[in-house]
Design a protein around this ligand. Sequence first.
Ligand code: NOJ
Length: 581
Amino acid sequence: MDCRGARRRHTLPRMILAVLLTAGASGQTQPAKPAQKQATPWWQHAIVYEIYPRSFQDTKGDGVGDIPGIIQRLGYLQQLGVNAIWLTPIYPSPLKDFGYDISNYEAIDPMYGTMADFDHLLAAARAHHIRVMMDMVLNHTSDQSAWFKESRSSRNNPKRAWYIWRDGKGPGIPPNNWESAFGGSAWTYDPTTKQWYYHAFLAAQPDLNWRNPEVQKAMFDACRFWLNKGVAGFRLDAVPNLFEDPKLRDEQVLPGKNAYGDPNLNPDRTEDLPEVHDVMRSLRKLVDSYQGDRVLIGETYLPNIKDQLAWYGGARHDELQLPMDMQVGMINKLDASLFREKIGQAETQLDGLMPLFVFDNHDNPRSWNRYGDGVHDQAIARIIATILLTTRSADLMYYGEEIGMTTTPPASLSQVRDPAAIRGWPAYKGRDGERTPMQWSSGRDAGFSTAATTWLPIPTSYKQVNVAVESAQPDSLLNWYKHLISMRSQIPALARGANIMVDRSDPNVLSYLRQVPGQTSAVLVAMNFTDQPHTVSYDLRDKGIKAATAHALLKDQGVSETVNLHHLTLPPFAVFIGEIQ
Ligand code: NOJ
């Protein structure tokens, strides 16, 4: 890679030059400037960095990350340049699904710290110009929540109708064929009241009954609790699951079996029912009633761009500001045509709304493993970073993505912590592999902890793949990320320009322009998706561009500083990002 300040500073436009000249020998960029009052809300084109708190930084020495650990690393996050952090659940929880089973929505699990620690985090993050977003699990609670304990206590309990209770079809036979996302029936029999309750996930995660207005009130109160504290918004867990078919009709059985050995089902009676949009609209009204552009991110794995648009509120745009776009991030192969198609759709078919791109998160193998070929993994990781950070999008990053952390699945069932893997092993190795501790240094426990044993093992890669080592390497993946993030905050075309595909058919090279409408300058992004060199030629006259050359802003080794737009040669897996004046 050639993002090395020393070698390219003299060719850089002044704006970028300023960024790089203030970088230390380690290549670290300066802290982001304080947020300025802008006409557009902060989350447009924002980078939201997902923290899995158990794995970020342990300050107590118990092998589990905590809130003071996050506070300790805010300086790093500010230097990286992210705008917000999203914390996966830190509420009290029996941890059957590592926090996605919440027993109290208005408290902090002592394992992570105290409410005072959380308040301190909010203040410290603000001082670092970083917003804090919470994970809000609306679909289900823990079976240990006071609400469910009451609900299961008797058929007449006032909270009975807060959950979904039904008679079975006969002794030992659940009400229908619906399946849990973690394997087996989605119904569990409760002998106390001799009925079954529904759970889209674990039996320890009973689904709330969103047809009951009391449920909506209770959950919205929980949201208010955190909004009043000053959180910037929520990532809404599993929102497409909120409603189920009230008639409990069986789902259609499809060919084949899933990873748990259960029949494949068409989930149309348990996912994405139209009623969910009324709730989203009300929730949007709630967050909009607060100052400061609070934002709703949806955990929306949607099959197409049309369904995605519905989660923005269709033509009214009155639901989520940022439903997750998994169309791009889950292509799962380095296919230039598919990336062109999906990025193009997000640009042209979302009513101009902002897509939220994401490659890595705590539920899927890391992009390093999904896209790497085992030989050119570093270069491919730079391509993925470039797509994420140079397209017109808001983005989710996941801790460790910026240093190239890899998926490290458990070696044997005895090491597995993820409940999904305990059930799916060995066909499904679960999600522990992408949740291993953050690799900060080559020291003990990778600088994550001082414990003899950490909650998940530290991957052996930590000696080379860590923040300290990569900060000192000008051509590291970490510095590639930092340069990209700096550039997108400093260059108007990257910050707010349209995303224009400049080649409709090249199967090897993905190229696009970022251009502020009406301007004759632009930023060109070109990426060779193959292990062979390729030469491309652009005719950009219809984009109002007369220049014949582009000057590198950031590029891999082997690409010229100044390239001829009619003859740009890219070595294997090389990236060129250049300014056309
Ligand atoms: C989605 C979360 O991301 C995942 O980790 C969790 O297991 C399920 N929802 C259930 O809450």
